[in-house]
Ligand binder design. Structure first.
Ligand code: HEM
Length: 413
């Protein structure tokens, strides 16, 4: 079936809070469905089946860029969009190779003591015996501090980044706000890169500037775009894994107790939380450069395609009892970090940050609980990320639980 034969379903704002029930309904009818996303006006294909999602993410006909498509050349959007996640081979490989090494599991492991120290500092600063927004006080500052240090970005501006980046991932931001915030980001990075070029420091951005200046492997706009991608991807995602992960544990107290009793489950728990909370709900935009038959439908040339990673991760054909949180399950093969050539560069860093964050919270706050009814929590208006606006909790520092399996939480700080 082709798009004209199928009526596109208009997804409403409720989709931001609960994409899962929509995916389950669409998937039973067909794993690839025509929809109009909230805030959008054009139909796109939404993939909610696991097998179809994996196939789409490795299909070279579903491309990130097409001649004549994309923002106006010379605009701020054209500058920001020249990064690896928007590129196809061979540019994609060239851009990715420039940063790959900085994010290998071995290099990231060397950051453990520093991430421990940042986490401990944040955790110790959270007021107890009062209602606190765990997202603002912990889940956001942890990844933004880590990625800013890694890139060499002064942390002072992080509230500005938060505002700009919130706009960039939103489905509903007004065009003038989008333009203003994209312009602010480009201006900020151009000034920062100029300052670093004058006085190089020991960080990833200085290394990228050196790479740019020593050969032709990177244009100046690609450098700005790379900085933008790493900053946004480095925190918009992990913040949601930590905040939505804590929420999932609070709403599943048996699983929370299970993890408290057995801290050695943390690796598998983070894998399952990634599957279950899907911090990146949809993979980024793809466009059919050629017609593609997938999941019983015919995707025409030029059609827009979104892979619902959060849908694929709850496909009953791939994961038993997919709506249940089971920290002991084998969640390998989940698509929370994507699949194929754009598989997340930062996956080892995100896992490490999340392991340290959950261990730090659970070992200190035995009585952590939600401060408001779960139904009143508000979700951000984005289909790219699935994230809370805030996470009001109450923390009880008393009664630190002793792990039943006797394996201490790895906690160096
Ligand atoms: C829980 C945390 C994270 C999740 C769930 C996540 C998820 C993803 C996903 C799904 C993609 C592929 C998107 C697509 O194919 O359209 C991706 C790509 C990417 N992520 Fe992450 N990410 C996380 C953390 C990070 C961190 C900490 C960084 C650090 C810089 C990072 C950097 C990137 C980059 C650079 C890409 C583009 C890779 C490419 O195009 O080859 N991510 N991420």
């Amino acid at each position: 079936m082709t798009a004209p034969e199928l009526a596109a379903e208009h997804l409403g704002a409720g989709y931001f809070a609960d994409p899962y029930s929509v995916h389950a309904r669409l998937r039973t009818r067909r794993p690839v469905s025509p929809v109009v996303l909230p805030g959008g006006d054009a139909p796109a294909w939404l993939i909610t089946g696991y097998a179809e999602a994996r196939a789409a993410l490795t299909d070279p006909r579903l491309r990130k860029s097409m001649p004549g498509w994309g923002p106006e050349p010379g605009s701020v959007f054209a500058v920001l969009e020249q990064h690896m996640l928007n590129s196809d081979p061979p540019d994609h490989g060239r851009l990715r190779r420039l940063v790959n090494k900085a994010f290998t599991a071995r290099r990231v492991e060397q950051l453990r003591p520093r991430i421990n120290a940042i986490t401990a500092g944040l955790r110790d600063g959270i007021p107890t015996r009062a209602e606190v927004d765990l997202l603002a006080s912990f889940a956001f500052p942890l990844p933004i501090t880590v990625i800013c240090e890694l890139l060499g970005i002064p942390a002072g501006e992080r509230d500005d980044f938060r505002e700009w980046s919130t706009t960039v991932v939103s489905n509903t931001a007004a065009p003038d706000v989008m333009y203003a915030h994209a312009t602010a980001m480009v201006g900020y990075f151009r000034a920062l890169l100029a300052a670093k070029r004058r006085e190089p420091t020991d960080d990833l951005l200085s290394a990228l500037i050196a790479a740019r200046d020593s050969d032709d492997s990177l244009s100046e706009d690609e450098l700005v775009s790379m900085a933008f991608l790493l900053l946004v991807a480095g925190h918009e995602t992990t913040v949601n894994l930590i905040a939505s992960g804590v929420l999932a544990l609070l709403l599943n107290p048996r699983e929370l107790d299970r993890l408290r009793a057995r801290p050695s489950l943390i690796g598998s728990a983070v894998g399952e939380l990634l599957r279950y909370v899907a911090p990146v709900s949809h993979a980024t935009f793809r466009c059919a450069a050629e017609p593609v038959d997938l999941g019983g439908v015919h995707i025409g040339r030029g059609d827009a395609v979104f892979v619902a990673l959060s849908g694929a991760n709850r496909d009953p054909a791939r994961f038993g009892d997919p709506e249940g949180l089971d920290l002991g399950r084998d969640s390998s093969g989940h698509l929370a970090f994507g699949h194929g050539i754009h598989y997340c560069v930062g996956a080892p860093l995100a896992r490490l940050e999340a392991e340290i964050a959950f261990a730090a919270l659970l070992s200190r706050f035995a009585g952590m609980r939600l401060a408001v009814p779960a139904e009143s929590l508000r979700w951000r208006p984005s289909t790219l990320i699935h994230g809370l606006e805030s996470l009001p909790v109450r923390l009880d520092p008393a009664g630190t639980a002793e792990p039943a399996d006797g394996i201490p939480v790895r906690w160096d700080a």
